[in-house]
Design a protein around this ligand. Structure first.
Ligand SMILES: [Cu+2]
Length: 158
């Protein structure tokens, strides 16, 4: 008869064998959005993306369940006006954290399916590849996080 310790060891080993080589290499934390007024088509997500692996990770796509289009944007000032542009791809160095904040990088949600109401939670998914791999056939991996919606004009995570 197998002892409990042996059983756990085997279960862990089997679990590890079935994980891709780069499992759990990125963590998305502190994900939040501001509330949007009724009828607004656009919103934004702010979050911290931490690369906990020892290779660079490239985020190739972001999706949410609340918007048709999700793009990574960067805000910048030009001629005294705040503007923004889409940035891609978005690579995170090994051990680094990229923070998306109001007035800086953010995920732009376009064609919102419904307004983002205060207190609502929704799912965000990032599609990630190992940027140092030479494998052209590499399948992007999905990493999900929960986004919480704060109030109007809020500047910090609720
Ligand atoms: Cu934007």
């Amino acid at each position: 008869m197998m002892t409990m310790a042996k059983y756990l060891f085997c279960a862990t080993l089997i679990w590890q064998l079935y994980q891709p080589a780069f499992a759990a290499d990125m963590v998305i934390s502190n994900a939040w959005s501001r509330a949007t007024p009724a009828g607004a088509g656009m919103g934004a997500v702010y979050a911290d993306f931490s690369n906990t692996s020892s290779w660079p990770l490239k985020i190739i796509r972001i999706s949410t369940e609340v918007a048709v289009v999700s793009e990574v944007h960067e805000s910048f000032e030009k001629d005294g006006l705040m503007r923004m542009r889409e940035i891609k791809p978005f690579t995170i160095a090994p051990g680094a954290t990229v923070s998306l904040r109001p007035g800086a990088k953010h995920i732009m949600l376009m064609k919102l399916k419904k307004p983002l109401e205060k207190g609502v939670k929704y799912a965000l998914t990032a599609w990630v590849i190992n940027a140092s791999a030479v494998d052209e056939e590499q399948q992007p991996r999905s990493i999900s996080a929960e986004v919480i919606v704060g109030g109007f004009g809020q500047m910090e995570k609720p």
